[in-house]
Design a binder for this molecule. Structure first.
Ligand code: AGP
Length: 609
């Protein structure tokens, strides 16, 4: 997610903006910029890569002025480059933005038709031209921003200043965070508290659909229609380190709780209910080409591989094409059977995993059409793929993947529906129903995160266990593997994920009271058979933790430790079941005192083979 810092007040602000950006570095970025108005004109510096590059530019060409904006960009539209970096300027207007403008192509075309010349590939630049047009037609900056936001669709944290009214910043929020810091004859606006906390602890968080007009000693908040909003400042008592985690103890916990937003962002603008179809603007696969595929190969590592295992179920159901899923480090040595009628899908959060990248190149060299699902724009794997679907999870700092995993699943579910619609193996009505179910997920996950205290209680009970077995059938088998990986990689407790039907072929020999067995058994196709696995465990003195559908009375008779999940279409239940398993792993690791965000021996991106 991008980082925003804005200042208006009595101080020279360039170095203050720079420092604010440095305290937002944890949000991840690939380029950065500053713009400061010196009373005569606005001067701007922008650079690709780390903030030290921008700092070097600033040292060489100092910026002077007491109103300005800073930005770190996490690319979503347009590769990381100087011209795509923010701020963006048009005439007297300077803007920075965090979010996604869904209708930016249409607005860009309208503005270009009226003579505006765009410098970048970003969606953000429509704000600078559109607001300029209104201000030069006589609107105040506040009114211009308000009018532009009436036609913009999508998510934004937007901060603007104009040389026509240099005593103020205008900011607006919808789905992306913004907070105002209230100082002595100065005000700051930022994406997050860490950029502000060293100047003031008195802050006001903007809420959805609110607009703020800020001068050095005034703050006016309204809704988009201009109706005043009263909001008392909050006193932030976090330490700066706590502030970077948004008050959460670890980045991993923060990222688990970011999942509803990450899922909503990954869905946003990618589906059409009226057409009963999916819209991918970076997948140029025609329906005709999709109909030529006779097999699909998915390859990835670790958690991404688990996403691929679940993706196989969905894609085979919607397309009736055979799908194989390979661990990347194995795929490339199998002399794989690939042709120009193979669709090869690489899944990678970082887009830099060496094994996955090598597997992609192997498939490409053998003639496959390649598509990658990545969380980092313009990463190596994304660049080497014919097509890309970006998960918009924002930077994932914790080594253990959480929000990236659930957004990979969202992307795979959308892809399965797109492929099925292209091959006409699913109808528009079937796809529409599936999309409506998908749209329910962010709110259901938000609600499900309320289970955290119950999960922490269960974690305490099993803290001293040395081994865990995770069991699941069908669509739950990949989640059993994922739950086991989460637990082992951050708590260092040995855990194995298994197909529940396989327990009797070996693992059942391990069952005793010392090894808890976590069984994924929501209502549905496999309920009865999985329930009998649970009974087999209990009959041998094993202890069971069940992941079950809310209200399942039968389960409650068999085990006192149940992780309840709400009911949804069975195809999406595995995503819901993932949440309590992430929390279980987190609390066990935190209670054990391991380094949750940076577990021993692990790297966030394994760029070696
Ligand atoms: C997941 O929690 C692990 N950190 C690891 O298995 C990870 O999923 C794997 O290394 C793949 O990384 P990628 O998604 O960046 O390719």
């Amino acid at each position: 997610m991008c980082g925003i810092v804005g200042y208006v007040g009595d101080q020279e602000c360039a170095s203050l903006l720079m420092s604010g950006l440095e305290h937002l570095e944890y949000r991840g970025y690939d380029s950065a910029g500053l713009a400061v108005f010196d009373g005569q004109e606005t001067h701007m510096l922008r650079s690709v890569g780390k903030l030290r590059n921008l700092a070097a530019l600033l040292a060489a060409s100092p910026l002077h002025g007491k109103v300005g904006l800073g930005h770190t960009r996490w690319a979503t539209h347009g590769a990381p480059s100087e011209k795509n970096a923010h701020p963006h300027m048009a005439g007297p207007i300077t803007v920075v933005h965090n979010g996604i403008v869904e209708n930016h192509l249409a607005l860009r075309a309208e503005l270009q038709a009226r003579g505006h010349v765009f410098q970048s590939e970003t969606d953000t630049e429509i704000f600078s031209h559109f607001i300029r047009e209104k201000v030069e037609a006589g609107c105040s900056l506040e009114l211009a921003v308000r009018q532009v936001l009436q036609v913009v669709e999508g998510s934004y944290a937007l901060v603007v200043f104009s040389t026509t009214e240099p005593d103020r910043l205008v900011a607006a929020k919808n789905a992306s965070p913004l907070v105002v810091g209230i100082g002595q004859d100065e005000m700051l606006i930022a994406s997050d508290v860490p950029a502000i906390i060293r100047h003031t602890r008195d802050v006001v968080f903007l809420h959805e659909g609110e607009l703020a007009v800020v001068t050095k000693n005034s703050l006016k908040i309204t809704d988009l229609e201009g109706n005043p909003v009263e909001r008392r400042p909050k006193r932030i008592d976090w330490t700066p380190a706590q502030a970077e985690k948004g008050g959460f103890k670890h980045f991993m916990l923060k990222e688990i709780f970011e999942q509803p937003r990450a899922m909503a962002d990954t869905l946003r603008g990618r589906l059409s209910l009226e057409r009963g179809d999916v819209l991918f603007n970076q997948v140029q696969l025609t329906d005709e080409r999709i109909r030529t595929f006779d097999r699909i190969v998915i390859s990835a590592c670790g958690t991404a591989w688990h996403a691929g295992l679940l993706g196989r179920y969905w894609i085979e159901q919607t397309t009736r094409i055979p799908v194989t899923v390979d661990v990347a480090s194995e795929f490339r040595y199998r002399n794989p059977i690939i042709s120009d009628r193979t669709l090869f899908i690489a899944i990678s959060q970082s887009g830099e995993t060496a094994d996955t990248h090598a597997a992609l190149r192997e498939a490409r060299d053998r003639g496959a059409e390649t598509l990658s699902i990545c969380n980092v724009v313009d990463s190596s794997i994304a660049r080497d793929s014919d097509h890309v679907i970006y998960t918009l999870a924002g930077p994932e700092i914790g080594v253990a993947s959480t929000k990236a995993f659930v957004t990979q699943l969202i992307a795979l579910r959308l892809l399965a529906l797109r492929l099925g619609r292209a091959r006409q193996t699913i109808s528009a009505d079937e796809a529409r129903t599936a999309l409506q179910n998908l749209l329910q997920l962010p709110a259901l996950v938000e609600q499900l995160l309320g289970c955290a205290p119950n999960v922490e209680k269960i974690a305490r009970k099993y803290l001293n266990c040395r081994d865990f077995l995770f069991l699941g059938r069908g669509v739950y088998q990949p989640i059993a593997l994922e739950g086991a990986l989460k637990l082992k990689e951050i708590s260092y407790i040995h855990a194995e994920g298994y197909a529940a039907g396989e327990m009797k072929h070996g693992p059942i020999a391990l069952i005793d009271e010392a090894m808890p067995v976590l069984v994924l058994t929501p209502h549905g196709t496999h309920y009865e058979k999985t329930f009998s696995n649970l009974e087999e465990v209990r009959a041998r003195g094993g202890r069971v933790i069940a992941v079950a559908s809310e209200g399942d009375e039968q389960i409650a008779q068999f085990t006192q430790d149940v992780l309840w999940v709400p009911e949804l279409d069975e195809s999406l239940m595995p995503i819901l079941c993932t949440i309590p398993l992430q929390l279980l792993a987190y609390y066990m690791a935190d209670l054990k005192g391991t380094d949750v965000d940076q577990p021993r021996n692990l790297a966030k991106s394994v760029t070696v083979e």
